[in-house]
Design a protein around this ligand. Structure first.
Ligand SMILES: NC(=O)c1ccc[n+]([C@@H]2O[C@H](COP(=O)([O-])OP(=O)(O)OC[C@H]3O[C@@H](n4cnc5c(N)ncnc54)[C@H](OP(=O)(O)O)[C@@H]3O)[C@@H](O)[C@H]2O)c1
Length: 233
């Protein structure tokens, strides 16, 4: 059987780490992007051996992104799935009219431009497969009808990520790449805090979108494998 290759960003903890773990369970070779090598992601290597490949990857750093794309190209010549999971700044402590623009810029740099940079770098490798998937881990908080005064940096960045998903989907469908956005629901991670559902449940919907076959949906927004509205989440 042909080897299946995945790249997951933000793999140090939370949903990214669990998404990587679930893809490894399915037998994928997973490049786990982390800003600092070590910790829980490194432990994947002990459990899964050489198919778990933890790499330095800050999605705001072009050099990191290009180095990983080069490695995947040289090692495999193709990529089956890119999971843009890295995300920051759930800024419930501020409102739009008094927002700290440094926080806004950081949120946009990681949540939107970082995912975009990854898409540009890896699209040729995804296109080298007969079919492939690109998953943007977004949030219902970015649905236009849900956005309110609070968490402005996060909401605006996820709304932009949703728009990016629609544009990439239209662009990449002719190349056999299924592009979708996924909201994992409210999940108990460092970002989600306590009270959310288990991380394995949230990651399952991400893995569903990552492992879609060529007849699967594209250009949509999903939670737990079910379509949700771009407006209402
Ligand atoms: N938890 C929820 O309830 C929930 C709900 C809806 C959507 N989401 C989305 O799900 C995704 C994962 O969230 P989570 O709950 O797992 O959050 P988390 O526990 O805070 O983890 C965030 C991850 O993103 C990484 N990251 C941040 N900036 C990065 C950058 N510039 N480059 C590369 N990696 C970066 C972090 O790395 P470090 O360890 O180096 O900081 C960490 O691995 C996010 O996109 C989030 O918006 C979460």
């Amino acid at each position: 059987m042909t080897e299946r290759i995945a790249v997951v960003t933000g793999g140090s903890r939370g949903l990214g780490l669990e998404t990587a773990r679930q893809l490894l369970e399915l037998g994928y070779i997973v490049y786990v992007g982390v800003r600092e090598v070590g910790g829980a992601a490194a432990a994947l290597g002990e459990r899964f051996g050489t198919i778990a490949r933890v790499r330095t990857l800050d999605v705001t750093r072009d050099a990191d992104v290009q180095a990983l794309a080069r490695e995947v190209r040289e090692q495999h010549g193709a990529l089956d799935t890119l999971v843009n999971n890295a995300g920051i700044h759930y800024d419930t402590d501020q409102v739009a009219s008094r927002a700290n623009l440094r926080i806004v810029e950081e949120a946009l740099a990681t949540n939107v431009v970082g995912a975009w940079r990854m898409a540009i770098a890896f699209a040729p490798l995804l296109a080298a497969r007969t079919h492939a998937t690109l998953v943007n881990v977004s949030s219902g908080a970015g649905a236009l009808g849900v956005i309110g005064a609070s968490r402005p940096a996060y909401s605006v960045s996820k709304a932009a990520m949703n728009a990016l998903t629609i544009s990439l989907a239209a662009d990449l469908k002719p190349q056999g790449i299924l592009v979708n956005a996924v909201c994992p629901g409210w999940v108990a991670t460092d970002m989600g805090g306590s009270g959310g559902r288990p991380v394995a449940d949230g990651a399952r919907g991400i893995v569903w979108a990552a492992t879609l076959t060529d007849s699967g949906p594209h250009g949509g927004f999903f939670r737990d494998g079910q379509p949700i509205s771009w407006v209402d989440g």
